[in-house]
Design a protein around this ligand. Structure first.
Ligand SMILES: Nc1ncnc2c1ncn2[C@@H]1O[C@H](COP(=O)(O)OP(=O)(O)OP(=O)(O)O)[C@@H](O)[C@H]1O
Ligand SMILES: [Mg+2]
Length: 241
């Protein structure tokens, strides 16, 4: 078995929108959750149950109203924006339903983006890593193509390579396959699975597709802003490792 270390811990996490206004609404009602480095977990639940809201809190893109969120053991509630941005940049990779690639940049430049934002011009090692990731997602021949010269599935694979360039401890994906046909969606999940094993990168992926959720080791179900189920079904994999 691979080493497991805690990547994420949520304690009593609450999130309200429109605080102090007549339309104030609490969307997450005290979520407790632990994710460790070996996890390959699906986050499922009805539309409006708070999955994207939860992912945005976990990704430090937004701040909870109450409760604590530990990333790699560090409490984040009291952190200022600068510290949160640095922690996010170093440790979290994102893949969204729509890839958000930059149209004017090549596939390779898009993969390098997170590093360039953080550190400026990439060094040799980073360039090699970006090319390696493009090869890992089967796109080594497409490094110089712009996004509009790639298929939807290829664009999403570039987005996955981009999310991994910083070697994040946690990869968050919000319906990364919502836009793709069944076969391409399964391929994207396969890639996420491979990187989870290869890099020991915890993966938390929102999906509406029960078949894709079944390929994960763990299914966390959110209903009305509360965790309604958290099942591990990784017995086969644990036996194999
Ligand atoms: N910025 C916001 N301001 C006010 N309410 C919001 C905001 N963002 C989300 N909500 C509300 O919070 C609830 C949860 O939304 P969220 O987007 O997290 O759901 P979801 O589970 O991701 O849904 P879906 O499966 O449709 O993507 C919804 O009722 C939504 O209307
Ligand atoms: Mg959503």
């Amino acid at each position: 078995m691979r080493d497991r270390r805690e990547v994420l811990r949520l304690e009593g996490l609450r999130k309200s929108y429109n605080i102090g206004q007549p339309n104030e609404v609490e969307v997450l009602h005290g979520v407790d959750l632990c994710v460790d480095s070996a996890d390959f977990a699906a986050l499922v639940g009805p539309s409006g149950s708070g999955k994207s809201t939860l992912l945005n809190q976990i990704g430090l893109l937004d701040s909870p109203t109450d409760g604590e969120l530990y990333l790699l053991g560090k409490p984040t509630r009291e952190m200022d924006d600068e510290a949160r941005t640095a922690l996010r940049g170093r440790n979290i990779g994102f893949v969204f339903q729509f890839h958000h690639l930059i149209g004017a940049f090549t596939a390779l430049e898009n993969v390098l983006m997170p590093v360039m934002v953080a550190r400026g011009k990439p060094d040799r090692e980073t360039l090699d890593r970006a090319r390696g990731l493009l090869a890992d997602v089967g796109l080594e021949k497409y490094a110089d193509r712009k996004p509009d010269q790639l298929s939807g599935g290829q664009q999403q694979r570039v987005a996955i390579a981009r999310a991994l360039i910083t070697r994040p401890a946690l990869l968050l994906a919000d319906e990364p396959t919502g836009n793709l046909d069944t076969k391409t969606a399964a391929d994207v999940f396969e890639l996420l699975r491979r990187f989870n094993a290869q890099f020991g990168c915890a993966v938390l992926v929102v999906t509406h597709d029960p078949r894709l959720a079944d390929t994960c080791d763990r299914t966390i179900t959110l209903v009305d802003g509360r965790i309604d189920g958290d099942e591990r079904h990784d017995a086969a994999r644990a036996d194999a490792s």
